[in-house]
Design a protein around this ligand. Structure first.
Ligand SMILES: Nc1ncnc2c1ncn2[C@@H]1O[C@H](COP(=O)(O)OP(=O)(O)OP(=O)(O)O)[C@@H](O)[C@H]1O
Length: 773
């Protein structure tokens, strides 16, 4: 951005910011695009009882840049109240009185008088940080990140780094600078998209914190929450060692995640292990933010401060799809699971981590005692249909009569500070979206924003929002907003929803809306929409599962233990579920050492972040060094056969934690992506009916069935990416790109290199598990 020069305000200057009057106290700093001041505000605000706040003033040259700043404001608004995020107070935008045609944006926020984390670290150059201090910082920053990832659609910070963590007066660490925030960014599909995404990444991210999928767009991976996890891994490393892991060797080291742990200062293997798993090359193998926080809390020896929202969400969806004749859990099951989730188990570390560069390949395993309760790191079998009929996780369809039920439920589920502190204002606007008639309003929003810029702070550029590919949306961009539309809000009253929104915001909000832009939905929509292609935007009902599947998997591993063998006989729905499960298993465990698969079931689980194996009445975290190979699980067969236990009984047994099967047969899955598959055939009629008037989960396979398969495009019409530069031709075994110079899609076609036997199998796999390749 061509940043205009502006004069600094002198102390004593008084100016309005939204509904507040501010008096400048002191110039604090210049960001890349801003002047930052401490100010006295009136009227007072809850987040600054002493009336001292921070004012960020940015002058932007045009409306496009102005819009991009709105996204920063909107992000902060949506996260307001979280104790681990610098709190928004007010904002204001005007035409610049000094610079014709330019605009000024004023952002009033909580003042962090403790300065930056970087300053704090600099006070400890000699006497480096203790592990407990590091864990405390990590926990708080992770809670801030969790609040972003918990939103639906999730927000990706994209610029997590030491410099963007501030210290409050009360010595709390807070995440700041939301100028790079975006929704999930889909992998580019042609040269135009490629250049766009590349530019966007260069503008909005910091080189040392960039993840492999950002550097090598040819990998064809979306930029999602796992990009933040990578950055958080770099962050943790830097808090420990005062340098970034890839400082010396740059991009090539990042692409293969080659780094070493310095001998000094000495930190525990558990911290090193956590860094290693966060810095896994493959995003699917990185833990999600809930898992990170759970592990940090375990090391700290305290309960995890947040609920695993990925897990709860999946349970919610399962509950929605539960209205079918499939097996049912006893009443109270979900409450029991929740209760157990709120008491994470202690684990004894037995990690054998060295400081060798290969540490990223070490696969930790969590050993679960029979007597231990389930925790949030259990893995979910995506096919589990019936997770209770209980009111606690109400079937979303029933929410239609009660616009507040979503909020009520959240409050009910959350005893944690973070989840509670995600203010209703951050959710209600999404409800507003959710209750829109299927496609119509969201499409209207998208249309309005078809060329909307995204606030990057460094330039006006929009983010391409990932719509993980399905045959439904293939070839389209999908706004993250539409990705939330798999919630069947049904006839949820819009006015009621708005009312709840209105009642949850301060009176200043309306002024803000006037001064800084329209509705939350429109603004955040402009931030996260697709702008580049002429493709029709699609509806991606599986998006959220793609983003959440891994964590849910992880969180439900023990549940899966109990249902690792599902009867292949029985009613249709059960049979279908089993078949889906089998496919899922057979296609998602993509890095199990071949030699381990047949010999030990427990090894099948080793690709997950943490997995559970009952042993010695305790949890153990052990490193399991292993070779990355081609998707070995694709060669696995029929692990589902042979059991006659029912789902209910096994899950019940697990909940009681008395009878955990000695070995799990299912773990290490790739991300579960196919939410719609959890829907029983018997639900489909109901879904179809709902779809007419509301937003619903669409059973993808059904739609696919009815959708004619388009003839293959002639080669000259296929979109192409620019040629891959030499330095990106990865040698890493982590990412199997065996044919140099070919694009990812092409390499998938190479049957010799793949576990597939036919093109049809490849297509089928891609259709069902689009993010797993
Ligand atoms: N709430 C706050 N309280 C105290 N100081 C703050 C606050 N917000 C920002 N600062 C100070 O101002 C500096 C710049 O702020 P910020 O990073 O938000 O601006 P920016 O223009 O986005 O900068 P960057 O170049 O990092 O993107 C910070 O490094 C910090 O020192």
């Amino acid at each position: 951005m061509n940043q205009p020069q502006i004069e600094k305000y002198s102390p004593g200057t008084v100016l309005p910011v939204g509904s507040h009057q501010v008096k400048v106290l002191k110039y604090l700093a210049s960001g890349g695009f801003a002047h930052v001041y401490s100010v006295e505000i009136s009227p007072p605000d809850l987040v600054c009882p002493d009336n001292i706040a921070c004012l960020k003033r940015v002058v932007v040259p045009d409306k496009t840049s102005l819009n991009t700043l709105r996204a920063e404001v909107d992000s902060m608004k949506s996260l307001r109240g979280n104790k681990c995020i610098v709190s928004y107070i007010d904002s204001h935008a005007t035409k610049s009185p000094m610079n014709a045609g330019m605009y000024e944006v004023y952002l009033l926020m909580e003042f962090c008088s403790g300065g930056g984390l970087i300053d704090f670290m600099n006070t400890r150059l000699q006497n480096r940080l203790q592990e407990s201090e590091i864990l405390n910082i990590m926990s708080q920053v992770s809670q801030g990140v969790a609040a972003m990832h918990a939103l639906q659609p999730p927000l990706i910070h994209r610029d997590i780094k030491i410099e963007n963590v501030l210290l409050s007066k009360t010595n709390d660490f807070k995440l700041c600078d939301f100028g790079s925030v975006s929704g999930v960014i889909r992998a580019p599909r042609n040269t135009e998209e490629f250049n766009y995404v590349q530019y966007d990444i260069m503008k909005n991210t910091t080189a040392q914190y960039r993840c492999p999928e950002m550097i090598d767009l040819y990998r064809g991976l979306p930029i999602d929450e796992k990009a933040d996890i990578w950055a958080l891994g770099v962050f943790l490393y830097k808090v420990c060692y005062y340098t970034t892991p890839f400082e010396k060797n740059g991009e090539s080291a990042i692409l293969a995640s080659k780094f070493q742990f310095p001998a000094y200062p000495h930190y525990s293997d558990r911290i090193k292990n956590l860094i290693s798993v966060m810095l896994r090359v493959e995003p699917l193998k990185r833990p999600n933010i809930c898992q990170v926080l759970e592990e940090v809390s375990r090391i700290q020896g305290i309960p995890c401060p947040i609920k695993n929202f990925y897990l709860l969400r999946m349970m919610e969806k399962q509950d929605y799809s539960r209205a079918s004749p499939s097996p049912q859990l006893p009443p109270g099951t979900i409450q029991a699971v929740e209760q157990k989730l709120s008491h994470p188990p202690k684990i004894a570390t037995n990690a054998n981590i060295t400081s060798k560069p290969a540490s990223f390949q070490q696969m930790p395993q969590l050993h679960l005692s029979k007597s231990q309760p389930l925790s949030g790191q259990l893995e979910v079998a995506p096919h589990i249909q019936p997770l209770g009929r209980t009111a606690t996780l109400a079937n979303p369809i029933y929410r239609s009569s009660d616009p507040f039920s979503k909020l009520d439920k959240s409050a009910l589920l959350s005893t944690s500070i973070t989840m509670e502190s995600i203010p209703s204002v951050s959710r209600t606007p999404q409800l507003e979206h959710l209750q829109m008639p299927h496609m119509s309003k969201s499409h209207a929003v998208l249309q309005r924003n078809s060329v909307s810029p995204v606030r990057n702070g460094r330039g006006a550029i929009s983010s391409i929002v990932a719509s993980n590919k399905t045959s439904l949306d293939r070839g389209r961009y999908v706004d993250s907003e539409t990705q939330t539309s798999d919630y069947p809000i049904g006839s949820l009253s819009r006015s009621a929803s708005r009312k709840s929104f209105a009642s949850s915001i301060s009176s200043t909000e309306s002024l803000e809306a006037i001064s800084t832009g329209g509705s939350f939905t429109r603004k955040i929509g402009s931030k996260i929409k697709k702008v580049m292609t002429g493709d029709t935007r699609g509806f991606s009902p599986i998006k959220s599962a793609q983003n959440t599947g891994e964590s849910v998997k992880s969180a439900f591993s023990a549940l899966r233990k109990g249902i690792s063998s599902i009867q292949l006989t029985g009613d249709n729905s059960t049979r279908k579920t089993s078949a889906e499960t089998r496919k899922y298993r057979n296609t998602s465990n993509n890095s199990i050492p071949e030699n381990k698969i047949s010999s030990s079931k427990s090894h099948r689980r080793s690709t997950s972040f943490f997995s559970f194996v009952p042993e010695n009445n305790d949890y153990e975290l052990v490193a399991n060094i292993k070779k990355e190979k081609r998707p070995a699980a694709l060669r696995r067969t029929s692990s589902l056969k042979g059991s006659s236990s029912s789902i209910q009984k096994r899950v019940k047994d697990l909940i009681n934690a008395e009878d955990v099967p000695n070995k799990s047969s299912t773990s290490g899955y790739g991300k579960y992506t196919d939410t719609a598959r959890a829907i029983n055939p018997s639900n489909q009629l109901e879904n179809t009916a709902n779809r007419k008037s509301s937003t619903v989960i669409t059973p993808i396979h059904d739609l696919q069935k009815s959708k004619p398969v388009p003839p293959p495009k002639p080669a000259h019409l296929k979109p192409t990416l620019p040629p891959k530069p030499k330095h990106l031709k990865a040698k890493s075994s982590e990412v199997s790109r065996k044919k140099s110079g070919t694009q990812k899609r092409d390499s998938r076609q190479n049957l010799e290199d793949s576990p597939f036997h036919s093109q049809h199998e490849i297509r089928e796999f891609e259709r069902r598990f689009p993010s797993a390749l």
